[in-house]
Design a protein around this ligand. Structure first.
Ligand SMILES: Cc1ncc(COP(=O)(O)O)c(C=O)c1O
Length: 386
């Protein structure tokens, strides 16, 4: 998860996230959309939800979308609907937001963690091969930072070992790679509409997308008290619907998403070219292997061990210059206290562990200006070169 966007104090020169630029021109349309929901009074499972489910699935290039309360819920209920649960193992990267792991556990399955490629921070499929056991039922790739895990490699892997692919696309709305869109590769995929995501609600929200009608119907049942029909409960289920008001807001924002993603991709290119000369000083950018298909939810740099400053020193110096940054994520999932019972220890996933202590997420949002990007890069250069 990225940090909750907070009002930007005036002293901040470059905020980490600023949503005002994207909201300002569509404010009135959003107000109208909210007003229409109030007039109709269909706050739960209402008309705007159905409309948005259709539009978002269509944008992803799949048949079905089912709105749920959050990305975490989309993973949990989506996995359950794919028939994954008790006794099943699911391969998951260790460097992801904890919700990926939570979804697997809440679905009743066991997460089996694997390391990542240090250049992209995406799941290492060679390492995943070694994690397969007779109980492995699925792989849960995370399209981290807005870049898809290679669909071709994923499909090869899943076909070879007869595994289900379930995509965590929480950070990758409309990302593309090798002719696929995020959400088109697996049996199903989960998206988050947390406010600072590429497509963000005014609160929490998520969606399960799939080509499979049965999976979509099952998530519709699970999100609604396990009831396919009112007061008739075939599953245990839960109460986890995407609010109609949130769907109405998202429907107004959706037509702008592609343009906002283009701006993120452009900003990513600008960061890359401004920072390239710092590679000799031990500062590298995460590799973009998907060109214009990368939707840069985050722009992440790595402070290698041979850099004369440590990550935290650089962050502090940037903060002193009123430039906000983040870390995604500071502790890998396998070392989180709540998941000790999974019996992993320090040293199990060296790439993920190294990244957690070396990465910095730089300001990234549509509306971030070239001058601001230059300023951030100049400050990093002057820190390193002085
Ligand atoms: C990779 C990843 N997976 C899952 C989630 C969970 O989404 P949500 O916060 O909507 O539950 C997030 C977002 O925070 C995420 O970044």
């Amino acid at each position: 998860m990225t940090s909750t966007p907070t009002p930007t104090p005036t002293a901040v020169k470059v905020p980490f996230v600023d949503l005002s630029w994207q909201h300002e021109p569509i404010k009135e349309k959003i107000q109208q959309a909210i007003h229409q929901v109030i007039e109709r009074g269909d706050f739960v499972l209402g008309q705007a939800l159905k409309e948005f489910e259709k539009s978002f699935a269509n944008a992803c290039g799949v048949e079905y979308g089912v709105g749920v309360a959050s990305g975490t819920e989309a993973i949990t209920l989506g996995l359950q609907a794919c028939g994954i649960g008790h006794q099943d193992e699911v391969i998951v990267p260790s460097n992801t937001f904890i919700a990926t792991l939570m979804g697997v556990i809440r679905a009743g399955a066991t997460p089996v963690l694997v390391d990542c490629d240090p250049n992209t921070a995406l799941i290492d499929l060679q390492a995943a091969v070694k994690a397969i056991t007779p109980k492995t039922k699925a792989i849960l790739p995370v399209h981290l930072y807005g870049q898809m895990v290679s669909p071709k490699e994923l499909l090869d892997f899943a076909n070879t070992y007869n595994l289900i692919i379930f995509e965590d696309a929480a950070q990758a709305h409309l990302a593309e790679r090798e002719g696929y869109r995020a959400g088109q590769v697996g049996m199903a995929a989960a998206f988050s509409f947390y406010p600072s995501k590429n497509l963000g609600a005014f609160g929490n929200g998520g969606m399960l997308v799939t080509q499979d009608e049965n999976i979509a119907k099952q998530v519709q049942t699970l999100r609604n008290y396990g009831a396919p029909n009112k007061y008739y409960h075939t599953e245990f289920g839960t109460n986890s619907r995407l609010d109609t008001i949130q769907a109405a807001i998202l429907q107004v924002k959706l037509p702008h998403l592609q343009y906002w993603n283009q701006l993120r991709n452009q900003a990513g290119g600008e960061y890359y070219s401004n920072l390239k000369s710092l590679e000799t000083y031990g500062i590298t950018s995460m590799e973009n292997q998907s060109g214009s298909g990368h939707v840069y939810h985050l722009y992440v740099i790595r402070i290698q061990d041979d850099c004369k400053f440590k990550r935290d020193e650089i962050r502090e110096k940037l903060s002193n210059e009123n430039i906000q940054t983040g870390i995604h994520y500071p502790i890998p999932c396998h070392l989180q206290p709540a998941y000790k019972y999974l019996n992993y220890q320090f040293g199990d996933f060296p790439n993920a562990e190294a990244l957690c202590s070396q990465i910095i997420s730089l300001p990234m949002y549509p509306g971030l200006k070239s001058d601001q990007i230059k300023l951030v890069c100049q400050k990093i250069s002057s820190i390193i070169e002085n």
